[in-house]
Unconditional design. Structure first.
Ligand code: NDP
Ligand code: 2IT
Length: 444
């Protein structure tokens, strides 16, 4: 049996209840086969892949907090410090009732390769909790964040592990988390990214994931002779990534006709009104029904359905496994040209293979959404040098990083005879730097 197959079997055997983690590992290791085969005996002797798929450290803790009625609740907190070969652990904190160890480990594993692809010195980690921020008062959110940080603060630091936002964790939560860290540790340092602009946050970090998604998608299309301007785009989600993806797509001359939340979705034939979307979702924290109520030409549908909308480009920006094989078939039947993942692993494994077989340009999340963490690394640089860069400066660096990233994964795919397969290109290019660092640092 090949070394890759042995390790894949072991991952399933040793982590039996972690389907999302299996899915992420299988996709990466399948891509790495030709790289591993080149030097299989040495890698097997050094247990390279076993070290890659086992987190350096995983922390699970109790998070007790008191609601507005005086009731105590207990949630579970996680931080998985996956790989620090190329830099301190870096990755977001997800707050969502679906969070469990499998989800945090899949996200942490993906983050290793994504962070490597940014070209910046950041290792991979992820954390979060099964706490549900929906419907909670600001005081309840603060109580949760303070309790979460009272334990997490023992394991993180500006040079060791730097968390950030993800689903359910935005500027409000990062603010409360930062305040508590500072109080407990007595340190004003860049221990979190996505901070408010008044206390060390970077301009353009809020926009970065969505903007970066459009920069790399535009570059990919351009290299295939397709202009983005004038195209019709379907976006899922209506959170941080979706909102700024829609904003940049419109700035680049495309028309975005959909967005969604976990209750339903919007079809807006005139193009999504971003100012209204921000007012509804960012400021008032309402549901998309409020968007439809304020915009007569928009149609609201309950449940799923974004991918039934005819479009040239699909940008899944909500959550994992939201774009299934049936969705992919419908997109292809409607003539889609490209799918670019704003979320982490939003396309199921069978849907990804189908899209690639149909010749659809497919950019995986670890490349397409890397602009968020790349800009987090730029925030860390600004914190370290105690300076602040302008919006234009950060945005220009973000764009350059995303354009370089596209060419880096395109080259890697070509080097391994997989031209146009950006899943393999991203996994291989992300892995090469981590491999080099792990081999040079000995058995640790
Ligand atoms: P937000 O919490 O801001 O928004 C999430 C959006 O997705 C909301 O519209 C939410 O709907 C929807 N959603 C979440 N879970 C589900 C679900 N189970 N079913 C259907 N819809 C769902 O998160 P972000 O925009 O920050 O993150 C979106 C994705 O992008 C995630 O996969 C995240 O890991 C990834 N990502 C985020 C980065 C960042 O910088 N923020 C960077 C790179 C990737 P509702 O409001 O109803 O919950
Ligand atoms: O998935 C991701 O890359 C993020 N949620 C952003 C991580 C970060 O550290 O900015």
């Amino acid at each position: 049996m090949s070394y890759v197959d042995e390790v894949l079997e072991e991952v399933v055997r040793e982590n039996p209840h972690e389907p999302e983690f299996h899915q992420a590992v299988k996709e990466v290791l399948d891509s790495l086969r030709p790289v591993i085969e080149k030097n299989e005996a040495v890698y097997r002797r050094d247990a390279l892949l076993e070290r890659l798929v086992n987190p350096e450290r995983q922390i699970k803790f109790r998070v007790p907090w008191i609601d507005d009625q005086g009731q105590v609740h207990v949630n579970t907190g996680y931080r998985v410090q996956f790989n620090s070969a190329i830099g301190p652990y870096k990755g977001g904190l997800r707050l969502h009732p679906s969070v469990n160890l499998s989800i945090i480990k899949f996200l942490g594993f993906e983050q290793i390769f994504k962070n490597s692809l940014t070209g910046l010195p950041i290792g991979g980690g992820k954390g979060g909790s099964d706490f549900d921020p929906k419907g909670k008062s600001d005081r309840e959110i603060m109580a949760f964040c303070q309790s979460f940080m009272s334990e997490l603060c023992k394991y993180i630091g500006a040079d060791t592990d730097i968390p950030a936002g993800d689903i359910g964790t935005g500027a409000r939560e990062i603010g409360y988390l930062f305040g508590e860290y500072k109080k407990l540790r007595g340190l004003f340092e860049g221990v979190l990214t996505g901070k408010g602009l008044s206390f060390g946050g970077s301009l353009a970090r809020t926009e970065a994931t969505g903007y970066g998604l459009l920069y790399i998608t535009e570059e990919m299309l351009k290299c295939h002779g397709i202009p983005l301007a004038g195209k019709t785009i379907a976006v899922s989600g209506s959170g941080n990534v979706a909102t700024y993806a829609i904003e940049k797509a419109q700035q680049l001359g495309a028309k975005v006709v959909t967005c969604s939340d976990s209750s339903g979705w919007i079809y807006d034939p005139d193009g999504i009104d971003v100012a209204l979307l921000k007012e509804v979702k960012e400021r008032k924290r309402q549901r998309l029904t409020a968007y439809a109520a304020a915009r007569p030409q928009a149609v609201y549908h309950e449940g799923k359905g974004v991918w039934s909308t005819p479009c040239d480009v699909a940008l899944p920006c909500a959550t994992q496994n939201e774009l299934t094989l049936a969705d992919a078939e419908q997109l292809v039947a409607n003539g889609v040209l490209a799918v670019s993942e704003g979320a982490n692993m939003p396309t199921t494994a069978d849907a990804t293979v189908y899209l690639q077989e149909q010749g659809i340009l497919f950019l995986p999340g670890k490349a397409a959404n890397a602009g968020g963490v790349a800009t987090s690394a730029l925030e860390m640089s600004q914190n370290s040098e105690r300076l602040r860069w302008s919006f234009q400066e950060v945005d220009a660096q973000l764009k350059a990083i995303m354009v370089d990233l596209y060419h880096h994964i395109d080259d890697a795919a070509k080097r391994y005879d997989r031209e146009g397969n950006y899943v393999d290109g991203a996994n291989i290019a992300g892995f090469e730097k981590v491999l080099d660092a792990m081999m040079m640092q000995g058995i640790v």
